[in-house]
Design a protein around this ligand. Structure first.
Ligand SMILES: Nc1ncnc2c1ncn2[C@@H]1O[C@H](COP(=O)(O)OP(=O)(O)OP(=O)(O)O)[C@@H](O)[C@H]1O
Ligand SMILES: [Mg+2]
Length: 251
């Protein structure tokens, strides 16, 4: 089994504040790998380092054996690391369909090939429709993005991400702010994406029921470090993790 994404000894300091102290992590191809840990543990900062939004103070990020440390986000995205940026990636005045189609187009490499513009447009639009139907929102395709309810915006973010067709999806609390009845649907979808087998998912999620159900592998972060890693079973049984984190959540 091979590792698609590897972080070694990543560290990120903001002045005197150490957000990520020393994180090494290996993500297996095709797996769903969750990162858990209390607020402020450094999970989002780690995602920022993995996606190029931030350059690490020290340490390396390796994608399929290639050192991609410090590359800008658009280069990371073209190499196959996709990250949902919450809201900011959405064009508010464009419709759901236009937003998803543009995301597909942006990754298409052929924006300047005018002679095939018409057929390419059809292709991208068809891809966008297929993704929208898979994730939901098919009855809102023509709705401007800024008219969507919060939970639907989270779905649109996921659709935009899928349209970019990344090999590795970094999902930072995809269920945050969703109405609780929408959560199982989203998780089913994430499980489906995983089951298709050609994507690797790295998930940050606070809901332990979800994490314990869907993860192949879990890395527990605490104060910018890796506290433990293992399968859901191993993590649930880990005394150190229970003391530091799980116990406090289930109390
Ligand atoms: N741009 C920044 N400048 C300064 N400090 C930052 C910055 N980003 C994050 N931090 C700090 O780094 C630490 C880790 O934050 P981070 O957002 O990575 O945690 P997290 O594990 O994602 O937490 P949460 O579960 O609340 O989302 C926190 O103390 C945070 O205040
Ligand atoms: Mg966070």
């Amino acid at each position: 089994m091979s590792f698609v994404l590897e972080a070694s000894h990543l560290r990120k300091q903001f002045g005197g504040l150490v957000a990520v102290a020393d994180v090494s992590l290996r993500v297996r191809e095709g797996s769903l790998h969750s990162i858990i840990g209390p607020n402020g543990a450094g999970k989002t900062t780690l995602f920022n380092l993995l996606s190029g939004a931030l350059k690490p103070t020290t340490g390396r990020v390796v994608l399929r054996g290639r050192d991609i440390t410090g590359l800008p986000p658009y280069r990371m995205a073209h190499l196959g690391i996709g990250r949902s940026y919450q809201i900011t990636n959405i064009f508010p005045n464009l419709t759901v369909l236009e937003n998803v189609r543009l995301a597909a187009q942006a990754m298409g490499h052929d924006n300047w090939k005018f002679w095939r513009a018409a057929s390419a447009f059809q292709e991208y639009e068809a891809r966008a429709r297929e993704i929208i139907e898979r994730v939901g929102l098919q009855d809102k395709m023509r709705a401007p993005a800024n008219t969507l309810a919060h939970g639907d915006k989270r779905k649109l973010e996921l659709e935009i991400l899928l349209a970019q067709d990344p090999e590795v999806l970094l999902l930072d609390e995809p269920t945050a702010g969703m109405a609780s009845e929408q959560v199982p649907e989203l998780m089913k979808l994430i499980a489906e994406i995983r089951a298709r087998g050609n994507k690797t998912i790295v998930l940050v999620e606070h809901n332990m029921d979800i994490v314990m159900n869907v993860s192949d592998e879990i890395t527990v972060m605490h104060l910018g470090n890796v506290l433990a890693e293992g399968t859901a079973k191993e993590i649930a049984a880990n005394q150190v993790v229970q003391k530091a984190y799980l116990g406090e959540l289930y109390n």
